[in-house]
Design a protein around this ligand. Structure first.
Ligand code: ADP
Ligand code: ADP
Length: 221
């Protein structure tokens, strides 16, 4: 599903955020990416969802070479990847419903289909009663559930999450993990960058460890 070969990323000439990272992740896998702050976790995820380009190396997603795609095909590929951030990155001027509807509208889905799927997804994450509210009227845990709904509403091939529980209390962390597990059970490949040892112990899965830009461990539970 995801193949990365000898990935290098240099934001500046004199320092590398990623050094020769090679990984293969199969369809339907659930993988944590861990390591100290500055290790390159966010950078690796950014390369995989094509928010940044590698300085060197290749990325294949579902057999397609991301590093050789033009802007148009990258845009199409990104529509199949759901992304969740620590700070949610919701659009504050739009309602909960509108935030979750957005990726479906980008796909050109019909209005009734958008409405249906958004409602089903909001119900799934337990927030349908707040669909007319604006993100800043919600708690952190609720905002994160909206962000997850937005990522999952497109039925993504891959779900990428960067410290998705970093700002959440233990109850909300558990709920967010349940949503990721559910998506994974339905076939979505899940990749989570996290510092949260507890989370990894409670739901043990493959762990990739980065340190100073290098992949230093690839451990199965
Ligand atoms: P992590 O997510 O593990 O904390 P990052 O991928 O954010 O690590 O960062 C890896 C290294 O790359 C760090 O030294 C960081 O300062 C640097 N870095 C990340 N993003 C940028 C950027 N946009 N410009 C310059 N340096 C960056
Ligand atoms: P995260 O909290 O997800 O790890 P980062 O701290 O890596 O996010 O990045 C936040 C923003 O700051 C990003 O746009 C990133 O590209 C940028 N950034 C991160 N580190 C640096 C850096 N050392 N120099 C310049 N920009 C950076």
């Amino acid at each position: 599903m995801i193949q990365a070969y000898n990935l290098n990323k240099q934001y500046r000439r004199d320092s590398a955020a990623l050094k020769d990272v090679t990984i293969k992740i199969g369809k339907g896998e659930f993988v944590y990416i861990t390591g100290p702050s500055g290790a390159g976790k966010s950078t690796l995820l950014k390369l995989l969802y094509a928010a940044e380009k590698p300085t060197r190396g290749q990325i294949l997603i579902d057999g397609q070479n991301l590093t050789r795609m033009g802007a148009k095909r990258i845009a199409l590929m990104r529509r199949r990847i759901g992304v969740v951030f620590q700070d949610f990155k919701l659009i504050h001027s739009r309602t909960v419903f509108e935030n979750v509807a957005f990726p479906l509208e980008v796909q050109g889905k019909k209005r009734y289909e958008v409405a249906n799927r958004v409602y089903q997804m909001l119900k799934h994450v337990g927030i349908e009663h707040k669909m007319k509210r604006y993100p800043l009227e919600l708690s952190g845990g609720e905002q994160q559930r909206v962000a997850i709904a937005r990522a999952l509403v497109i039925d993504p091939l891959v779900l990428i999450a960067d410290e998705p529980t970093g700002n959440l209390d233990p109850d909300n962390t558990r709920e967010v993990m349940e949503l990721f597990k559910g998506a994974n059970a339905r076939g979505t490949t899940v990749l989570i960058a996290t510092h949260d040892r507890d989370m990894i112990e409670r739901f043990p899965r493959r762990v990739l460890t980065l340190d100073k830009g290098r992949l230093v461990e690839d451990r199965m539970p």
